[in-house]
Ligand binder design. Structure first.
Ligand SMILES: Nc1ncnc2c1ncn2[C@@H]1O[C@H](COP(=O)(O)OP(=O)(O)OP(=O)(O)O)[C@@H](O)[C@H]1O
Ligand SMILES: [Mg+2]
Length: 311
């Protein structure tokens, strides 16, 4: 089971749309997929589950918030009890497909504050232990899911910030996937994101040695950056328009990160509609040529993603 975090702390760059479409396309191709929504905005959740269904059937006890809340000692529920098969997208998939979701909750924002209070310690050694136990929460929680053998790939949709919940996703991940828009501010943010991830991993790997000497034995970790995917690309004559091309070229030449050759095209109509129907764009087929070319681009991104994962 491979765990992939979709992250960029720049808002609105297409993280959630990429997660939903990648999940749907990979499930269509026979991969067994679980998506986890770690964003308090719950956009991924509402892309698959209708708000009134979420309110009636999930809000009180079946979201990732419940899991974080109950992981504070007490009777702990298992992440595997939160996996839900959303109906509308699954009815658009072949009947033996697997696409499940662990939904988020608008109150997840408070979980971060609660986790922060658990980080302190009476001395340095205790703080390091607390750092590891808080940051490993999701990694350990996912062991239950791994043990079921039900999923090939877990995609985690991260919020546009670098709070503790986001950090637990990075620590739990084998891979990191970074969507970005081809513009100045979005591409600048990638450098900063990479530095923050580097610092988190350095602290984790330092502290884990201390904790491991003690009672438990944890390995150092080094999640792989699968690459940067450009989103919302506007084409002109079959190519990214020149202003965007500048940023794509710049990142390709200046960054040592892998950059996807394929990209997600911008189309306000199809992306605005899809959450209403609960079925990501990539599973639709369109008679309109420009709409269909959006689907082709998404499929190409999925193919490249699988190659990069060695799947
Ligand atoms: N390729 C696209 N073309 C046009 N609109 C898009 C495209 N991808 C996403 N959008 C729209 O842009 C908005 C932001 O997309 P999305 O929610 O995927 O970004 P995000 O990075 O997850 O945002 P946040 O940081 O708030 O979590 C949404 O309204 C979505 O429908
Ligand atoms: Mg999002």
């Amino acid at each position: 089971m491979k765990v992939v975090s979709v992250i960029n702390y720049k808002g609105g760059v297409g993280k959630t749309s990429l997660t939903a479409n990648l999940a749907a396309e990979l499930a269509f191709r026979g991969k067994r997929i679980l998506v986890m929504d770690l964003d308090a905005q719950a956009s991924l959740t509402f892309s698959f589950i209708k708000p009134d269904e979420w309110q009636n059937s999930f809000a009180s006890s079946k979201t990732i918030k419940t899991w974080f809340d109950e992981s504070d000692g007490g009777a702990q529920i298992s992440l595997k009890d939160l996996c839900h098969k959303p109906e509308r997208v699954n009815s658009a998939l072949p009947h033996d497909s697997t696409l499940d979701i662990i939904p988020s909750h608008l109150g997840l924002i408070n979980v971060d504050l609660e986790l922060a209070t658990r980080l302190g310690g009476a001395n340095l050694s205790q703080s390091k232990k607390n750092f590891i136990s808080v940051h490993r929460m999701l990694a350990d929680g996912l062991d239950d899911i791994r043990a079921t053998g039900l999923y090939d790939i877990v995609l985690i949709d991260c919020p546009p910030n670098f709070n503790i919940v986001t950090k637990t996703a990075i620590i739990a991940s084998d891979y990191i996937l970074v969507p970005t828009r081809p513009d100045e501010l979005s591409t600048l943010g990638i450098d900063y994101l990479m530095r923050s991830i580097g610092e988190l991993l350095k602290d984790y790997n330092d502290y884990v040695k201390v904790v491991s000497n003690d009672s438990k034995d944890f390995d150092e970790i080094s999640p792989i950056v699968v690459g940067v995917v450009f989103t919302m690309v506007q084409e002109y004559a079959g190519e990214p328009m020149s202003a965007q091309k500048t940023y794509i070229k710049k990142l390709q030449t200046e960054s040592d990160l892998a950059i996807f050759d394929s990209y997600i095209k911008r189309n306000d109509t199809v992306f605005a509609e899809s959450p209403v129907y609960g079925v990501p764009v990539v599973l639709n087929s369109y008679s309109n040529v420009s709409h269909q070319s959006v689907v082709d681009g998404l499929e190409a991104v999925a193919t490249e993603f699988l190659e990069k994962l060695g799947e």
